[in-house]
Design a protein around this ligand. Sequence first.
Ligand code: AMP
Length: 117
Amino acid sequence: MSPAEVCIFCRIARGELGVSFLYEDDDVVAFKDTAPQAPVHVLVIPRRHIASLDASGPDDDAVLSRVLLAVRDVARTLGVEQAGYRTVLNTGADAGQSVHHLHAHVLAGRHLHWPPG
Ligand code: AMP
């Protein structure tokens, strides 16, 4: 089986798991994190399987841009753009990446400490 066939986020993006999207377009979908770390915790992912930011390539510039612009739009839709929000891309083991499909966390709704743990 290819990574895209078994990847949980690919399955979500294909609509196989019945997850509701807060945002979707041809390239990107956004949905709530199942283990929220803040009152607002949304994941924005490319529909196409890219294992991590480090696995992205020269053909991915457009989709990476789409992910960031979707983060902006999700934040506005949820009304957190004025108060602020944090965007996190965990890449690799030391960052704690647990799902190997590129995703941007959007965290908001409380004061977020810095530096992160
Ligand atoms: P990371 O640790 O950066 O790889 O983040 C993976 C995130 O995906 C975690 O915050 C998980 O809670 C979240 N997650 C894992 N499986 C699902 C799922 N089926 N639906 C929504 N969020 C998920």
